[in-house]
Design a protein around this ligand. Structure first.
Ligand code: PEP
Length: 252
């Protein structure tokens, strides 16, 4: 049985004062427990958020990581630094990193390898654009993203990943994939992992893309949807807590 996981991706949002307000709302709601919950603030706030979460049932993650561990890589943040700051999780290969910052499948694989070596739990993001879906290429694109990681890391390391299916057309658009569309792609991803020899039954596959308190219950009730990667709604304590409760209800 895979434990449900809900991860908040704060993206490049927040300030120390705003984070305090958001965190006190989340801590009041006490959302963790039956499910795993994590939040991923921007790098400069990891220490502040980690301190606030001490003893709480919400863990800490980062939104990106360097593939290098130390040295002359100006502006980069290494996996061991994230571990040192108390991160358990790191998002790798988010579509914004791929499209805006040129991250290729090779870079994504190198970051995953480095993160695993530092003891972090990476969340690999995959997903197709609207044009790719409309051309009937969604499975080809997502299948290739998954295959390139399995090939680069090997099956044992790939089984350690969490995968987040995030259709690019659903991220930040308010246009959420239907439960059937999402379930079909999650089943496809699990099938691809299985076919490659990965112990896929234990791999958590999250859905991401405009998840809200309204859409979460039906999405999370799908057999291959093991939780969510939540952007916009994770910045509002009440909405994020409601999404976590939806996951906990399915897990009950
Ligand atoms: C994301 O950034 O990973 C995401 C899913 O964003 P949103 O929930 O805002 O679509």
């Amino acid at each position: 049985m895979r434990k449900k996981l809900v991860v908040g991706n704060w993206k490049m949002n927040g300030s120390r004062a705003q984070n305090e307000g958001l965190l006190s709302g989340l801590l009041e709601e006490d959302v963790g427990g039956r499910i795993d919950v994590a939040v991923c603030p921007p790098f400069p706030y990891l220490e502040q958020v980690g301190r606030a979460l001490a003893g709480a049932r919400i863990s800490l993650g980062a939104q990106n990581v360097s593939a290098f561990d130390a040295g002359a890589y100006t502006g980069e943040v290494s996996p061991s630094m994230l571990a040192d700051l108390g991160c358990d999780w790191v998002i790798v290969g988010h579509s914004e990193r791929r499209s805006l910052f040129g991250e290729t499948d090779e870079v994504v694989a190198a970051k995953l390898r480095a993160a695993l070596a530092a003891g972090l739990k990476p969340i690999l993001c995959v997903g197709e654009t609207l044009a790719q879906r409309e051309c009937g290429e969604a499975e080809v694109v997502v299948g290739a993203q998954v295959a390139s990681v399995v090939e680069a890391l090997g099956v044992a390391a790939a089984a350690e990943l969490v995968v987040a299916y995030e259709p690019v057309w659903a991220i930040g658009t308010g246009r959420v994939a239907s439960p059937d569309q999402a379930q079909a792609m999650h089943r496809f991803i699990r099938g691809r992992l299985e076919a490659a020899g990965v112990a896929a039954a234990g791999v958590r596959i999250l859905y991401g893309g405009s998840v809200s308190a309204e859409s979460a219950p039906t999405l999370f009730a799908q057999p291959d949807i093991d939780g969510g990667l939540v952007g916009g709604a994770s910045l509002v304590a009440a909405a994020f807590s409601e999404i976590c409760r939806a996951a906990a209800l399915v897990a009950a």
